[in-house]
Design a protein around this ligand. Structure first.
Ligand SMILES: *Cc1c(COP(=O)(O)O)cnc(C)c1O
Length: 429
């Protein structure tokens, strides 16, 4: 690190990252190369032995140096450079990258929990995380208690001596409900007073929706951040990936898990995230969210729209909490790129929303019917029928995820074009 590197703003640091990395002969390259080497030359048996010996064994009290590279799945330079820069973005000690967001989330939870342990999680979760908690973790005898984390008393009551993690997204997909990270950290701290390290409750936040540009959970006392790199951080929609960012102690068990379960991020996917995605995150997010604000206001005023949920709107039920928690590194309010709205739907069967989205799918030039988010193209989808199918219908309705709901991820198009297409689509409803 050059003497004044850390004094630069995050906007600058996302572009330059570690700037000069010992992971690669970097001195004459402006852009790091894509590494594409499954295996690595080891020079001598002694050096090979040292590499194996040191893998996942960081000496007590030391931070890791550049490792002896052995084999791509274990550790490798392009992915390593991305990890260094993601740790900077989230303000964590270390980051590890996985083949997808789900590979990152499952690795994180399986590293924290063993048979007999429990997780307290918010009752609304990303569909695949919900399925992980409902179908797969219980098979490993890891119990999951799904509760309403917006109710602090419910969280306190749900924590047992077996609880190892409080897990949630914020803002929550799809309705942008916000969980108070600081409150969750406080509850974990209370529960941890007399617990030894290996029994502590860790606060784990899926920061995919906000991205580190809009919110840094570790700065509010969370222990670990999980995220999908496929979304805002990747930004261009070309690659799938995920990351876990957190404290030093997590590095060794987590990289060991990644080695053995095998979900390492390919360097060919790490590279575009390192070279295009992360460096452009700040400038994309500034544009996404100013467009999201305009789109949200347009929808709020539209007679065919029942309600709009966007953390940047003063009508947002948790507006004050959003203002506290969603801030860019300069301290400005950063409500993100995701807007949820319910089309007026007297029959509650989802027909008007389907008419709107089908019209957009077939006729809109600049809004695309597709899942995912945070990309340069604006995307729309219907959570009730698409991303949230893993949740039974009656539960979805009870949670307020209605058939008339639509989710928009604002991209970089001209906002007036987006609004014109939405206007034309709403005219069909
Ligand atoms: C997409 C997403 C994930 C999973 O990420 P993948 O890269 O698709 O595996 C997890 N959480 C949230 C909130 C997401 O939006």
């Amino acid at each position: 690190m050059s003497p004044n590197e850390s004094s630069h703003s995050i906007r600058t640091r996302l572009i330059h990252g570690e700037n000069v990395s010992q992971r690669w002969e970097y001195n004459h390259l402006v852009v790091p190369p894509i590494t594409s080497s499954a295996t690595y030359r080891l020079d001598s048996v002694a050096r090979g032995a040292q590499g194996f010996h040191e893998f996942a064994h960081t000496p007590e009290g030391e931070t890791r140096q550049v490792p002896i590279y052995i084999y791509d799945r274990l550790d490798e330079p392009t992915r390593g450079m991305l990890e260094d820069n993601l740790a900077i973005a989230e303000g964590g000690d270390m980051a590890l990258c996985f083949a997808s967001g789900m590979a990152a989330i499952s690795a994180c939870l399986c590293t924290l929990c063993t048979a007999g342990d429990r997780i307290v999680a918010h009752k609304v979760l990303y569909g695949c995380t919900y399925s992980l908690m409902r179908n797969w973790l219980p098979r490993q005898r890891v119990g999951v208690d799904l509760v309403d984390l917006t109710n602090v008393e419910h969280v306190r009551q749900a924590i047992t001596p077996q609880t190892r993690a409080i897990y949630f997204e914020t803002p929550i997909n799809p309705q942008m409900t916000i969980i108070d990270i600081e409150e969750m950290a406080k509850i974990a701290a209370e529960a941890n007073v007399n617990r030894p390290e290996h029994e502590k409750v860790r606060v784990v936040v899926d920061n995919t929706f906000a991205s580190p540009y809009c919110q840094r959970p570790l700065s509010f006392g969370a222990d670990i951040v999980c995220c999908s790199l496929t979304k805002s951080i990747g930004g261009f929609g070309t690659d799938i990936g995920g990351a876990v960012i957190g404290p030093h102690w997590l590095h060794d068990p987590l990289i060991l898990y990644r080695k053995d379960f095998g979900g390492s991020l390919s360097p060919r996917s790490a590279w575009p995230t390192l070279v295009y995605g992360l460096p452009s995150l700040a400038t994309r997010m500034v544009n996404y969210q100013s467009t999201a604000m305009r789109v949200a206001k347009f929808l709020e005023d539209h007679p065919k729209v029942e309600r709009v949920l966007y953390p940047g709107l003063e009508s947002f039920p948790q507006y004050q909490l959003a203002r506290k928690q969603m801030r860019d590194a300069r301290g400005d309010f950063a409500p993100g790129c995701m807007v949820y709205f319910d089309v007026k739907d007297p029959e509650q069967a989802g027909k008007p929303a389907a008419r709107l989205i089908d019209w957009i799918a077939q006729n809109s030039y600049c809004i695309t019917l597709a899942v995912s988010l945070g990309q340069i193209k604006t995307l729309i989808e219907c959570p009730y029928n698409m991303t949230h199918t893993a949740i039974p219908d009656d539960e979805k309705r009870a949670l307020g995820v209605l058939p008339g709901g639509c989710r928009i991820s604002c991209g970089l198009e001209d906002r007036d074009d987006l609004i014109r297409d939405l206007e034309a689509g709403l005219a069909q409803v």
